[in-house]
Design a protein around this ligand. Sequence first.
Ligand SMILES: Nc1ncnc2c1ncn2[C@@H]1O[C@H](COP(=O)(O)OP(=O)(O)OP(=O)(O)O)[C@@H](O)[C@H]1O
Ligand SMILES: [Mg+2]
Length: 359
Amino acid sequence: MKLIYVLGNGQLGQMLKQAGEPLGIKVMFINKNTKSLIKFFDAITIETENWPKNIITQTLIKNPLFFNYNAIICLTDRLTQKKFLDQLKMPNVKWIYLSKKKTLKDAFQKLGKRLILKKRTGGYNGLYQKFIEKENVENNKQDYQQYIFEKKVDFIEEISLIGARSKNNHIVSYPITYNFHENSMLRASISFKKTNKNIQNQSENILKTIMNQLKYVGVMVIEFFLIDFNTLLINEIAPRVHNSGHWTQNGASISQFELHLRAILDYPMYNPTICYDYSVMINLIGIDFNMLWINQSSVHLHWYSKKTFKGRKVGHLNIVDNNYLRLCKTLKNLQKNLPNNYASSIEWLIKKIILHNKF
Ligand SMILES: Nc1ncnc2c1ncn2[C@@H]1O[C@H](COP(=O)(O)OP(=O)(O)OP(=O)(O)O)[C@@H](O)[C@H]1O
Ligand SMILES: [Mg+2]
């Protein structure tokens, strides 16, 4: 039996644990209260870049079995991530860091009138981010050293690519995923078996370059903005499994969670088979459990058993199908058992499904 320690103990960690069970891989979590470890283990990995800091985790980061430590440190700070992407000449949203000598004026000068202020570390689901418009702001001299500024880009789509690299440089990935955000939070995703070859190739080449440069082992996810039908810009990189890859649990022969475990344990790795023409994921956010969600056979519930509060991700639904009309009907039925604020996600999904069938 293999034993893997995961830093953090949220739902991503729980789903790594679930994926390990059929393969005889035991996954244990390290949280802020962990006082001791089992002596022999096979790998240490993360489920969050903001893992609890204590004596145990400080010791573990020096252990050679901790995968991707340097890569994680580089990618976790938006400033070092941006510098790294620029060095590699990767297509990337324009940005600026305001050192003590610079002011907002410099940011507007470099990036234009509409900006996003993003905290360098610790943000998720749009936390610690602020939209800034030149017209509405005074050119103050506040210190911004804990932040970077990005140009607010106009995009036609948000997409992500989930892939993995093995120790001997074998790289695999899934078809791209299209993502729908509201208030900077991921609400729904969809992936098609028949992928857009051009965007797929572009994004795979970017992922390969980044993973090879970092000698990365395991699952990595890149979030992109699609600026026009041919142009991708990197939004950010996650050195771990990711919410936009949850559809792989029911839509692919190997889920992103299993793929990550396979990569870090050096188990066989191959391109996962995509089982359905359409794989959809809907995040369940701040709502109570409802068994009626699973009254249709193509709907799969993943419930995190966490206390529900406003804005908290408490589960997700994966919906898979080969028939697009049936899938649209399933989504419409599902809406009847979801609050009204899910209507925009369902509408977006149905539009994407219909559009996909036109080409
Ligand atoms: N430069 C930008 N221009 C336009 N929209 C943006 C930009 N940066 C972020 N956004 C919007 O805000 C969302 C969240 O931003 P980002 O991915 O940087 O934050 P995050 O807090 O790390 O999110 P998560 O951890 O959920 O991926 C993006 O998915 C996008 O919808
Ligand atoms: Mg993001």
